[in-house]
Ligand binder design. Structure first.
Ligand code: NAD
Length: 398
């Protein structure tokens, strides 16, 4: 099948297996180019392992620390004329490369919120690895099925005040205005249920109960605070409330983690284009401005640079953690540098269809969007017929 990008609004409905494999290879090359991370974990569980920050964390663990990894994710294989989701292809590529290197890598495709997936993961750890040294929780989900079968959805809305802003249509490259009414109390509660810390706690408690967390085990969960210009839709919005709940969960988890001399960390990562982030209204303009400022300053990072720097300079480095008053590890230091934020704030209200190409790095942002789905890579021939079906050996799921 010849696979081309098919873009609808902020998503692409196709993905390219060779381009996704290229993306993974580039991330592996970056990590190996940085050298081995001394003292890193050797057995790592990544929940939300197939895209964005979770995949990058898994690559850093496997190729920077030589870790055995178990990945849990929710991805779609190819069927008939439909390509697989990018996370499926990327996990196939990761597993192949890790295995070739002699690293254990096994996969579970299913709903991380379910008890079934938690128990399948516990069994796999017991059968194969005995215990785990690090648990990375990196799920970004639009909805959660509760144990009674009901489904709660997360929403991306402001709280208290309406939000008026812009998003960028990837296909036309034009700004589109977005107006959102404030969320009601139920929407806030539901977003916390999906994206807050409860499921992280359920995972860690299930793993502790099964005695599969090793002495000194650490667990991380990623959060975002961002710039004042995005606070109305992000930090002060429904998703921000869910992220606040991670801080609560971290505190609640510290006691249980003490039992294994371990630690729970919330880590503030920088804003980047991932599948989850592309859905947030207003973020496209912010990230395009941010990319421009950070690239010009030479401080731009992608997911893999962030996770590798997190491992090598914070989590597995002898120095002090760069924590804030809420005990969150700050990896958004370069994003929030005063000169970067000054550029963003100065130009925030001047971005129009006419200035998009000069004030912002929309071209780079769009390129990152295409690459997320495996398109736009040099050296990949997109006119060649490729096999869209890639088999993956799964321990659980299909
Ligand atoms: P992403 O969309 O790239 O990846 C999400 C992952 O979650 C995928 O592996 C997906 O398969 C998995 N997933 C979704 N629903 C699932 C389910 N029901 N069961 C199992 N797996 C499921 O997202 P991302 O941007 O990498 O987000 C990961 C975390 O990082 C989130 O907590 C997000 O808020 C946080 N974060 C993101 C940014 C950013 O700018 N992208 C910045 C800071 C923090």
């Amino acid at each position: 099948m010849i696979i081309k990008p098919r873009i609808k609004g902020f998503i692409c409905t196709t993905s390219h297996p060779d381009g996704c494999a290229r993306d993974v290879q580039q991330q592996i090359d970056y990590v190996t180019g940085q050298g081995a991370i001394e003292g890193g974990p050797k057995r790592v569980l990544v929940i939300g392992a197939s895209g964005g920050y979770g995949l990058a964390s898994r690559i850093t663990a496997a190729f920077g620390c030589g870790a055995s990894t178990i990945g849990v994710f929710f991805e779609r294989p190819a069927i008939r004329n439909r390509t697989a989701s990018p996370g499926w292809y990327k996990t196939c590529a990761f597993t192949e490369k890790a295995t070739q290197q002699g690293n254990y890598a096994k996969n579970i495709n299913g709903d991380a919120f379910s008890d079934e997936v938690k128990q399948a993961t516990v069994k796999l750890i017991k059968d194969d690895l005995g215990q785990i040294d690090m648990v990375i929780y990196s799920v970004a989900a639009p909805a959660r099925q509760l144990s009674d079968g009901s489904i709660v959805k997360s929403t991306l809305k402001p709280i208290g005040e309406p939000f008026d802003g812009y998003t960028i249509d990837f296909k036309s490259g034009e700004l589109r205005s977005v107006s959102l009414e404030p969320a009601n109390a139920e929407e806030v509660a539901d977003t916390i249920k999906v994206m807050g810390g409860e499921d992280w706690e359920l995972w860690i408690n299930a793993l502790l109960e099964a005695n599969v967390l090793a002495d000194g085990c650490i667990t991380t969960n990623y959060t975002y605070l961002g710039s004042e210009v995005t606070w109305p839709i992000y930090y002060h919005g429904t998703i921000g409330k869910a992220k606040e709940d991670l801080d609560r969960a971290r505190t609640a988890l510290q006691g249980p983690m003490d039992k294994v001399n371990g630690a729970a960390h919330v880590v503030v990562m920088k804003g980047l284009l991932t599948q989850a982030a592309s859905a947030i209204p207003g973020m496209a303009v912010y990230l395009s401005l941010l990319f421009k400022a950070m690239k010009e300053a030479g401080t731009h990072e992608g997911c893999i640079e962030q996770t590798t720097r997190l491992f090598s300079t914070q989590l597995f480095s002898p120095g002090e953690l760069r924590e804030d008053d809420e005990k969150r590890i700050r990896m958004d230091d370069l994003e929030l540098a005063p000169e970067i934020q000054a550029y963003v704030k100065e130009n925030w209200t001047s971005v129009t269809n006419e200035t998009l190409g000069t004030l912002t790095d929309f071209a780079g942002y769009r390129q990152a969007f295409l690459e997320m789905y495996g398109f736009g890579f040099d050296g990949v021939d997109y006119d060649v017929d490729v096999e869209s079906v890639k088999e993956m050996d799964l321990v659980f799921g299909s």
